[in-house]
Design a protein around this ligand. Structure first.
Ligand code: CS2
Length: 450
């Protein structure tokens, strides 16, 4: 233990309040939840009243490691100027997501007012796999299935309305969550679906904080600086942003004290974040790896990748009007955030689940540009970079990995059309667009020597 009062300790004496009562249930306990929603909850003025019970998605590991530390972990804010450390105590219970019984019990508790989700873009469409299990009264295995099981328990307990808050990078994520839940509920219990429609508020949010996966070096850095061993620290950039739109019928923490912004009309903010930040990330992830880079900062330092990003931003910016969005300043800030070379944000992490991500990040801009009679080459280049990447990478992690592998068996010309069809059958039917995207792949063919 350190004796320096400026440094935190990994115990609850560090985090002002004792354990808060559980009023938030989270699904998808990972690094981003901990650097974002857990941080905002800790910094809300009424944080003493809002504890989080966080459930993992696929594996128990993260819950076990965190539970062994009483839910506490160190948040390392990493900038060019150095690291700062804070112990976060807002997670008061960390549970294996497979424990659907505990999840349903907490969702059904009258004190629970909010369910937050970080389940990945791809997960919202995968709930149907749980339909037979739900219909037979079994334990669901997908995030949407588990959410529906939890809401069914709340209905049975007559515990009243609450808010479901999606924190995944999808446009109109509240509506997507609503559709994912309702389509599943309708499949086996029409009354449950009606109860959800009447009682559950689906809040849309735009979330932002660059949070790479924790590495052993991060664990060592915390132990060296703070003098204790934390198995589960999280490293994030200093910047954070949270924009929310929707109702909280059973209340919520005062997240605005921590800088969260509540708006009536979320779409312009959402598009700004999804297109400019996440879109650029995807270009860098695919083009950058094809050209031999490993991290965001390295790819950004390559003029070929940077130019592709700037071209896409120019296109996207034409469709980001209507609110005071400060696009030039936003772009400037992004270049600085991406250039933070002390944050090793690995391109391989961003590259995952490309089919789900590109639908949000490239296709709306591509469609809007083409509808305006322009080429859409900036957005098409993102798709071309993805095709170049999947064509040259042996192991693709994607919900449509099997279809991607099948398309890769085709001749290069037909392959482009088949891969584009996985993103949008409509765009794939446009033969001139397919030809154009095919040609754009050469842009990244040159592998830079390192
Ligand atoms: C990234 C995001 O992995 C990805 O797809 O683009 O996780 C990104 O880092 C966050 O949205 C930043 O807020």
């Amino acid at each position: 233990m350190n004796s320096n009062p400026a440094l935190p300790r990994l115990d609850r004496s560090t985090v002002a309040a004792p354990k808060a009562p559980i009023r938030i249930v989270h699904l998808g306990l990972g690094a981003f939840h901990r650097s974002h929603q857990a941080w905002y909850t800790q910094h809300a003025g009424d944080s003493a009243a809002w504890g989080i019970a966080a459930f993992t998605g696929r594996r128990p590991d993260a819950a076990e490691a965190l539970a062994a530390q009483d839910g506490l972990f160190t948040l390392v804010e990493r900038s060019d100027a150095g690291d700062s450390f804070e112990v976060i105590g807002s997670i008061v219970e960390a549970v294996d997501g497979a424990d659907v019984g505990r999840f349903a019990e907490l969702v059904a508790a009258p004190a629970t007012a909010v369910i937050t989700l970080t389940v990945t873009e791809a997960a919202y469409g995968l709930g149907a796999a749980d339909l037979p299990l739900l219909a037979a009264g079994g334990e669901p295995t997908t995030p949407m299935g588990r959410l529906v099981a939890g809401l069914a328990a709340r209905r049975d307990a007559d515990a009243g309305p609450l808010a479901v808050v999606s924190c995944d990078n999808l446009s109109d994520n509240g509506a997507v969550a609503r559709e994912g839940v309702l389509s599943l509920a309708r499949g086996f219990d029409a009354e449950l679906a009606a109860w959800i429609e009447a009682n559950v508020s689906f809040v849309s949010t735009s979330v932002d904080r660059i949070t790479p996966r924790t590495t052993p070096a991060d664990v060592a850095a915390v132990s060296e600086a703070c003098g204790y061993r934390d198995s589960s620290p999280v490293v994030a950039e200093p910047f954070g942003n949270w924009i929310l739109s929707g109702d909280f019928p059973a209340g919520r923490p005062r997240w605005e004290d921590a800088g969260a912004v509540f708006v009536d009309e979320i779409e312009p903010y959402e598009n700004r974040k999804l297109w400019l930040l996440n879109g650029a990330h995807s270009i860098l992830a695919y083009a950058g790896q094809v050209r031999g880079h490993g991290t965001v900062a390295e790819a950004l330092a390559d003029a070929v990748c940077l130019q592709a990003v700037e071209e896409f931003w120019d296109e996207a910016a034409r469709h980001l009007e209507g609110a005071d969005l400060g696009i030039p300043e936003y772009r400037e800030a992004l270049l600085e955030r991406f250039g933070n070379s002390r944050i090793a944000h690995h391109l391989a992490q961003i590259a995952m689940d490309g089919t789900a991500k590109l639908r949000m990040r490239a296709l709306p801009v591509l469609a809007a540009e083409r509808a305006a009679g322009r080429s859409g080459d900036g957005a098409a280049t993102m798709v071309a970079a993805w095709i170049a990447y999947v064509s040259s990478t042996p192991e693709i992690r994607d919900p449509l990995a099997a279809d991607i592998r099948e398309a890769l068996e085709l001749t290069p010309e037909r392959r482009t059309g088949a891969l584009l069809a996985l993103l949008s059958p409509e765009l794939a039917a446009d033969r001139s667009l397919v030809a154009r995207i095919h040609g754009l792949q050469d842009r990244f063919a040159a592998i830079v020597a390192h």
